[in-house]
Write a protein that binds this ligand. Structure first.
Ligand code: BES
Ligand code: ZN
Length: 627
C-alpha cells in the first residue's frame, strides 16, 4: 500500500509541474505537419467563450462618415471569467451583459492596440451571462473595412455609396467581434440608411428600395465574420435566373445583367460537380471602381469590381471563382490565414472546372496557362526558396494580406490538378464532393486536410504523391502538371512572326478573344523601342481598349518599354478611376523600377483619395508615401 502511494506521489509530483507548464506557457511552435488551430491574428479565445449569433443594429451617416449603433451577441461559455472580442479603431460607448432582455452595464477593458490587429475587448462574464451588447460607432477615417464614396466616385454621380470589405482582418474595424476565420456565427441586422438608398448585405436581401430607409437582414447559415458585408447606394436589382441576379447602380445594372447572363448556368454546373448550393440565392453586386479586389465571395451576394464588365462576357471567370467559394471558403473555411490556400487554391481549381463545364476545355486551358504564368512570376518575385512560396504559410506577426499571392491561388490549384491526374477525374470528383459534405459549415487546418486526403484518396487508391514537398516545401515542384493550350500555340506563332519582322497589321489575329490578346501582350519583348510599341498600339488600339485586363497588361509593358509618356493621359485616367489593387501594384511598381518614381508619385497623389484603405496601404508602402 505504502509503496503504491509513494509511487502515486512521485507520479503526481512529476506530472503536476508538467500540467502547470502546459496551462501557463505559450504554446511551443507547432511542427509543420501539426493541426494547430491557433489564430495569431485574433485576440479571441474561443475555447473559453465564443460568440454564436450576432444581432447588428447600425445607422449609416454619410455626412459624418460614421456607422453607429450596437452589436449584440449570443454567447457560449462554461463559466469563463471573460469573453474577448477584436476591435480596431472603434469608439466604444458602453458594454452590457445579460441573460434575457435585461442588460447590466459592465466595465470592459481594451488592451493596448496593435496597429495591425487592434485591441482585445475584454468583457467580464457572470456564470449565467448569455448575451453581450457593445454600443459603439466607427471612427471617421479609422474604419479600414469601409469605403465611403462621394457621388463623384460612383457611376451615376448622384448619390453617395458605401461598401465594406472584411477579409482578412478588417471586420473588426466596423463591428466588434471575434474576428477569426475559425469561428462561425449566424447574424441578423437592421440597417438604417438614407431613404433614397438601398442597403444590401451578405444575407437575404431586398430587391427594391424601401422608402423608410430601414432594412432588415438575416443570415441563417453560420459564417466566419470576415464574410459579413454591407453595401449602401442607389441600387437596382435585375434577375438573371430563378436563383440568380445582379445589383448595380441604375446606369450599370443592364450591362451587368448582359455580362453575367450565364450565372445560372455556372451555378448549375457547380452543383453538378460538388453538391447542392446551400445558400438559397446567388446574386452579384457591381460596385464602383474603387473596390480594391476583383471580387469578394460574401455569401449570397458576391461583391464585384465593374472592371470585369468588358461588354463581351470575357472576364466572367471571376464570377465562377466567387461562386465556387460558396463551397471552398464559405462552406469549408480555412481555420487560420496560414491555411489560406484551402480557400483560394480549391477555388481556382473549382473555378476552372466550372468554366470548362460551361465553355469547354480549350477555354479552361487558357485560364490555366495564364495562371501558370502568374505563378512563375510570383515565385520569381518571392524567390524560389522563400518560405512564402509554401502552401502552408507562416503569417504570425505579419499582415495576412502578405499571403495573398499566386502561391495560395495557383500553386494550390495545380496541386489539386496533380491529385486529379493521379486519382483520375471521377475518383477525385467523388473525393471532393465528399470532402465538402463531410466538412460543411466547418473550418479546417492544412494538417487536418492532409489527414483527410491521406485517408480518403491517397491510401484508398494507393497513390504516390509528394504531398509534403507541395505543401510544406518551396517553389514549384517538378511534377507540376504543366498546362497546354492549343489556342495559345497559335498566338506564339504570331509573336514569332512579329519578332521576325512582320508588320503588326499582317498578323493573323482574326478570332482572338481577351485571353489570346493577354497571352500575346505578355509575350511581347520587354526591350522594344517606343516606335515599335507605337506601331503595335496603332494596329491593335490597346491603349484605348475597353477591357481592363488588356489595358493593365499593355500599360505595364508600355512603362517598361519607354512608351508610357506618349499615352500618359490614358494610364493616368485608368489609375485614377480604378482602385483594384491587382492592376495598381504592377503599374506603380513598373514606374518605380524604371526610374520613374516621381511620375508614379504624381499620379498617385491624384488617385489616392479614390482608393480603398486596402489599396492605399499597399501603394503607400510601395511608393514610400504616407497619408
Ligand atoms: N477572397 C478573395 C479576395 C481576398 C483575398 C480579399 C484575401 C482579401 C484577402 C477573392 O475570392 C479573390 O480571390 N478575388 C480575386 C479574383 C479571382 C478571380 C482570383 C481578385 O480579387 O482578384
Ligand atoms: Zn478567391
Amino acid at each position: 500500500m505504502k509503496a503504491i502511494s509513494n509511487t502515486l506521489l512521485i507520479l503526481a509530483l512529476f506530472l503536476l509541474p508538467a500540467c502547470k507548464t502546459d496551462n501557463r506557457q505559450p504554446e511551443p511552435a507547432p511542427a509543420e505537419t501539426s493541426t494547430n488551430r491557433t489564430d495569431y491574428h485574433s485576440h479571441a479565445q474561443p475555447t473559453l467563450a465564443v460568440t454564436n449569433h450576432l444581432s447588428l443594429n447600425l445607422k449609416v451617416d454619410f455626412e459624418k462618415q460614421v456607422l453607429s449603433g450596437y452589436a449584440r451577441f449570443d454567447i457560449d461559455h462554461q463559466g469563463a471569467e471573460e469573453i474577448v472580442l477584436d476591435a480596431r479603431n472603434l469608439q466604444i460607448e458602453r458594454v452590457t451583459t445579460g441573460v434575457g432582455e435585461e442588460e447590466t452595464e459592465v466595465e470592459y477593458r481594451l488592451s493596448e492596440p496593435n496597429p495591425l490587429l487592434g485591441s482585445g475587448l475584454h468583457i467580464p462574464l457572470a456564470p449565467e451571462t448569455a448575451i453581450i451588447t457593445v454600443y459603439y460607432s466607427t471612427s471617421p477615417g479609422g474604419a479600414d473595412a469601409v469605403d465611403w464614396l462621394e457621388p463623384q466616385q460612383t457611376a451615376d454621380k448622384q448619390y453617395p455609396f458605401l461598401f465594406t470589405q472584411g477579409q482578412a482582418i478588417l471586420t473588426r474595424t466596423w463591428i466588434p467581434c471575434q474576428d477569426s476565420p475559425g469561428i462561425r456565427i449566424t447574424y441578423d441586422a437592421t440597417i438604417e440608411a438614407p431613404s433614397e438608398l438601398m442597403a444590401v448585405m451578405s444575407a437575404a436581401n431586398p430587391q427594391k428600395n424601401d422608402e423608410s430607409g430601414l432594412y432588415h437582414f438575416e443570415m441563417k447559415q453560420a459564417i466566419p465574420p470576415y464574410l459579413i458585408a454591407l453595401a449602401v447606394g442607389r441600387l437596382e436589382f435585375k434577375p438573371i435566373g430563378d436563383r440568380t441576379g445582379v445589383y448595380a447602380e441604375p446606369s450599370v445594372v443592364g450591362k451587368a445583367a448582359y455580362e453575367f447572363a450565364d450565372m445560372e448556368k455556372m451555378l448549375v454546373a457547380a452543383e453538378a460537380l460538388y453538391g447542392p448550393y446551400l445558400w438559397d440565392r446567388y446574386d452579384v453586386i457591381v460596385l464602383p471602381p474603387s473596390f480594391p479586389f476583383g471580387g469578394m465571395e460574401n455569401p449570397r451576394l458576391t461583391f464585384a469590381t465593374p472592371t470585369i464588365i468588358a461588354g463581351d462576357r470575357s472576364l466572367t471567370a471571376l464570377i465562377a471563382h466567387e461562386l465556387a467559394h460558396s463551397w471552398s471558403g464559405n462552406l469549408v473555411t480555412n481555420a487560420t490565414w496560414d491555411d489560406f490556400w484551402l480557400n483560394e487554391g480549391f477555388t481556382v481549381y473549382f473555378e476552372r472546372r466550372i468554366m470548362e463545364a460551361v465553355y469547354g476545355k480549350s477555354y479552361a486551358d487558357m485560364l490555366a496557362q495564364l495562371g501558370y504564368q502568374d505563378l512563375e512570376a510570383d515565385v520569381a518575385d518571392l524567390g524560389p526558396e522563400s518560405a512564402d512560396t509554401h502552401l502552408k504559410l507562416h503569417l504570425k506577426g505579419r499582415d495576412p494580406d502578405d499571403g495573398m499571392t499566386d502561391i495560395a491561388y495557383e500553386k494550390g490549384a495545380f496541386f489539386l490538378t496533380l491529385l486529379e491526374e493521379k486519382a483520375g477525374r471521377e475518383n477525385f470528383d467523388r473525393f471532393l464532393k465528399q470532402y465538402f459534405k463531410a466538412h460543411q459549415f466547418q473550418t479546417l487546418t492544412t494538417g487536418e486536410f492532409v489527414e483527410y486526403l491521406n485517408e480518403n484518396l491517397i491510401d484508398k487508391y494507393q497513390l504516390d504523391v509528394n504531398i509534403d514537398e507541395w505543401i510544406y516545401g518551396p517553389g514549384i515542384p517538378d511534377n507540376i502538371p504543366l498546362p497546354k493550350s492549343g489556342r495559345f500555340s497559335q498566338v506564339d506563332a504570331q509573336v514569332t512572326a512579329l519578332l521576325a519582322g512582320s508588320a503588326p497589321q499582317a498578323l493573323e489575329t482574326g478570332e482572338w478573344t481577351t485571353h489570346e490578346w493577354l497571352h500575346f501582350i505578355r509575350h511581347l519583348p520587354t526591350d522594344m523601342n517606343p516606335e515599335k510599341m507605337k506601331g503595335i498600339d496603332q494596329a491593335f488600339n490597346f491603349s484605348r481598349s475597353g477591357n481592363s485586363e488588356i489595358l493593365a497588361a499593355w500599360f505595364e509593358l508600355a512603362i517598361g518599354n519607354g512608351y508610357a509618356s506618349q499615352i500618359r493621359p490614358q494610364i493616368e485616367a485608368f489609375l485614377v478611376r480604378v482602385g483594384r489593387r491587382k492592376f495598381l501594384t504592377p503599374l506603380y511598381r513598373a514606374y518605380k523600377e524604371n526610374g520613374q518614381l516621381e511620375t508614379a508619385k504624381e499620379i498617385y497623389e491624384k488617385a489616392r483619395p479614390n482608393y480603398h484603405a486596402v489599396s492605399r496601404n499597399t501603394m503607400d508602402k510601395l511608393l514610400e508615401m504616407g497619408s
